[in-house]
Design a protein around this ligand. Structure first.
Ligand code: ZN
Ligand code: ZN
Length: 172
């Protein structure tokens, strides 16, 4: 979805509400933990203030993952906020601060789809867990320890260390 700059200018600082749907096929193929998902419904508003253009809003989708610890499928009701600022590409403000988050605008439209896709994918977990404290599978007998307790004598891992183990897996 694109927003025409002329439409924003005409509104004299009054926000322009918009709705957009992002196709899920492309998103799914770009994140290897996503097993399935609904299209992403985005809702937000765009406004021009002076030389700057602001686009903010929220995206929603149901995303299917497989839990990395217990291997059970689960659905994550994702809600991802976005907030982007743009300036015309020849605007001096873009050169002022290398760390600024202001994006250059080429042409006479704000092209939203690619940006929103990035924002959405960045918000997806690389180590999906059905619950933050998922107990995972028993390493000895393989039962799902969220559902049943077995009598195996596995060495108990301090939950804080388990979190650390996840962290290392995550950063691979
Ligand atoms: Zn789990
Ligand atoms: Zn067991």
């Amino acid at each position: 979805m694109n927003i025409k700059l002329a439409d924003l200018e005409r509104r004299n600082g009054e926000p322009l509400p918009f709705k957009a749907t992002l196709d899920e096929v492309d998103l799914k193929s770009r994140h290897h933990e996503i097993r399935g998902m609904t299209p992403v419904e985005a809702e937000g508003e765009a406004v021009q203030l002076g030389n700057l253009y602001y686009v903010t809003g929220k995206m929603k989708a149901d995303v299917n993952f497989i839990c990395a610890r217990c291997l059970n499928p689960f659905t994550h009701h994702a809600s991802v906020s976005f907030s982007e600022t743009f300036a015309p590409e020849d605007d001096p403000i873009l050169g002022e601060d290398e760390d600024s988050d202001i994006l250059p605008l080429e042409g006479d439209e704000i092209e939203l789809d690619a940006l929103l896709q990035e924002d959405f994918l960045l918000a997806m977990p690389t180590f999906p867990l059905c619950e933050d404290d998922c107990k995972g599978l028993c390493p000895t007998c393989g039962v799902n320890r969220n559902e049943v307790s077995c009598s195996c004598t596995n060495e108990r891992i301090d939950p804080r260390l388990a979190g650390l183990a996840d962290f290392f897996k995550d950063s691979k």
